[in-house]
Design a protein around this ligand. Structure first.
Ligand code: SF4
Length: 188
């Protein structure tokens, strides 16, 4: 049943999204990059163990392959990223950050600093609430890819205080809950 806070909170989240986009845009402009190029650099940096290519980026960022391909080509031409041939499949390439690209791959500092001002209890509550929202959006079909614990078949727990990964065979603290897990397998 709808509560008056629902719409209020949705507006606050939209506002935060706008602020995050504006900060990212400023960061990109200062560096001479597009906001999409920054997102690509950030994604590659966050997945050092995966063979990130154009197809994966297009799926993860929910964009068309031609758009992603164009941005990746510019990043390669500018020397931020290099393509390395896959050892097992010479036809496919994985993208690797160069030192100059790594410099721009971090998140926006003002948002991270603002987050640092929250108490641990509020950080935990914010993470749990954000995951619950993402899970609801996955279930409604409004968001496609979310490799987080709560949509994973290996998750055991109450989505509140008790969290366990059957694959890793360990209990997870709230801070250990994953929102982009390479071992994720979507629950039926
Ligand atoms: S495999 Fe990853 S996403 Fe799935 S429950 Fe374990 S830690 Fe979470």
């Amino acid at each position: 049943m709808a509560h008056p806070l629902d719409e209020h909170l949705a507006h606050v989240l939209e506002r935060l999204g706008e602020v995050a986009r504006a900060l990212r845009w400023k960061q990109a402009t200062d560096a001479g990059l597009s906001a999409l190029q920054l997102r690509i650099l950030g994604f590659i940096a966050a997945h050092p163990d995966r063979a990130v290519g154009v197809a994966m980026l297009a799926e993860e960022l929910e964009l068309g392959r031609p758009t992603v391909s164009e941005s990746v080509k510019a990043l390669v031409d500018q020397g931020y990223v290099e393509r390395r041939a896959d050892a097992t499949d010479g036809r496919s390439h994985a993208l690797r950050l160069r030192a100059s690209g790594r410099k721009h791959a971090q998140g926006t500092a003002p948002l991270t600093e603002a987050m640092a001002g929250l108490s641990l209890a509020r950080k935990n509550a914010l993470l749990l609430s954000s995951m619950q929202l993402l899970q609801a959006l996955v279930q409604s079909g409004d968001v496609q890819v979310q490799r987080m614990c709560w949509t994973c078949r290996h998750y055991r727990g109450d989505r509140d205080k008790h969290h366990h990964c059957a694959l890793l065979k360990k209990d997870l603290a709230i801070s250990e809950l994953r929102t982009d897990c390479p071992e994720h397998e979507r629950a039926a």
